[in-house]
Design a protein around this ligand. Structure first.
Ligand code: FAD
Ligand code: UDP
Length: 371
């Protein structure tokens, strides 16, 4: 029998696959990456229009408090000093967001942390043990803020009543009684100068990459190429959805190149009104063109429309409710019967991971394998 051509076949060239590939290459291992899409990078893929990196799959802002992850990723990119300070558009009003003292001033006229705290306490709807998203947020901010900032956006994003969603989804967002409007609370934040694609290119340098290849369409052949497989696609698809499909939420991105220098004056504006069919508009140059230079004469915006997932569209978000988590556990148990295959990343672990969590998880697995 001839020896396998590679030490590892990696299915999916997103951040999980790229991080593992980089660790293997550094230790002189032979890596083959298979990617279904026509490009590398998975959901962090960026491509240039008029010199502006366009986030093809929605805004990607890197943030972490994990020093090891931050040091690691800085080996492959120089990060700018972008800080995410989105705004909310509700009907004809514009608000500071995430909810902070400026938001409460715009809504109620309160100016000090003490006044804001007293006002919030007067509107909170207490709950002894809030489990779902709606009960949790009502207990924090009451009904008026819930209606303006959360209910419409969440219903559109998930196509489920907020009462049927887990609270962890909303606990991602800070609520502050200061004027700090940073969307994230992490120590490090920024966007790679030049975009994410050159960063991924650097990470996978030395790997063999095949694009437009669906591993599941010729699994026995690819399995024969290496003693180990890393699978970063949807875990239910790997097992031919034998227990039934896991639920995902998808998005449709509508990108426009406009002949004006500035469309909205900010990188991200959320549209929380339930009658508006999209959730946010991002203007790519504001992720990239920081500082005093004059803005370039044209601009690119992307409008994000949530949509149901079907096998024909990308599964962007796992829906981690009780039912789907239980179904995932069945697939996870089945994965134990595949000792040659490791399942990693947002889709294979069915977890609402951010980029830094994906990198941390991939680093930890790769380091263990390479000990
Ligand atoms: P993916 O990037 O999904 O990569 C998996 C790859 O596997 C894909 O390229 C897919 O095509 C490929 N694949 C699947 N099946 C097969 C197959 N059978 N054969 C071959 N290839 C296959 N995180 C942040 O930290 N900050 C943000 O601001 C942020 N914003 C986000 C905005 C949106 C709209 C979304 C959807 C996510 C956002 N994230 C953000 C999360 C971030 O995108 C993920 O954490 C990260 O990209 C996941 O990496 P991954 O490698 O696990 O998965
Ligand atoms: N959310 C909301 N209003 C907003 C922004 C977010 O209600 O203006 C809720 C919504 O349920 C969303 C969750 O908060 O799914 C997490 O928001 P985040 O911006 O972190 O989502 P992502 O960038 O991962 O799509």
């Amino acid at each position: 029998m001839s020896s396998p051509q590679f030490d590892l076949v990696i299915v999916g060239c997103g951040l999980y696959g790229a991080t593992v590939a980089q660790h293997y290459i550094e230790k002189n291992r032979r890596v083959l990456i298979l990617e279904k899409r026509p490009h590398i990078g998975g959901n962090v893929y960026t491509e240039s229009i008029d010199g502006i990196p366009i986030h093809r799959y929605g805004a990607h802002i890197f943030h972490t408090s994990n020093e090891k992850v931050w040091q690691y990723i800085n080996r492959f990119a120089t990060f700018n000093h972008f800080v995410n300070r989105p705004k909310v558009r509700y009907q004809d009003r514009l608000f500071s967001f995430p909810i902070n003292l400026m938001t409460l001033y715009q809504l109620w006229g309160v100016q000090t942390p003490e006044d804001a705290k007293a006002k919030l306490e007067s509107v909170q709807i207490p709950h002894p043990a809030p489990q779902n998203l709606e009960d949790w947020i009502l207990a924090q901010v009451g009904d008026e803020l819930y209606q303006i900032f959360i209910r419409g956006y969440t219903q559109k994003q998930w196509n489920r009543p907020p009462k049927n969603l887990p609270a962890f989804i909303i606990k991602r967002l800070p609520i502050r009684l200061t004027y700090d409007d940073n969307y994230f609370t992490d120590r490090f934040q920024g966007i790679p100068i030049g975009g994410y694609t050159p960063m991924i290119e650097k990470m996978i340098q030395g790997a063999q990459v095949q694009l437009n290849v669906d591993y599941l369409k010729d699994k026995p052949h690819y399995d024969s190429l290496a003693p180990h497989i890393l699978f970063t696609g949807p875990i239910d698809a790997y097992f031919n959805t034998q227990f039934g499909p896991l639920a995902y939420r998808s998005l449709r991105f509508e990108t426009q190149h406009l002949p004006i220098p500035d469309f909205q004056g900010n990188a991200v504006i959320n549209y929380t009104d339930p009658t508006v069919p999209f959730t946010r508009i991002i203007e790519h140059k504001h992720f990239d063109q920081l500082g005093p230079e004059p803005l370039s004469p044209t601009t690119v915006i992307t409008t994000e429309y949530p949509q149901d997932w079907t096998p024909k569209v990308e599964p962007y978000y796992p829906i981690n409710d009780t039912e789907n988590n239980a179904l995932y556990q069945k697939y996870k148990a089945l994965a134990q019967s595949e000792p040659k295959v490791h399942f990693g990343g947002r889709l294979a672990e069915y977890r609402y991971y951010d980029m830094h969590q994906v990198i941390a998880s991939a680093m930890s697995w790769a380091q263990k394998q390479l000990q």
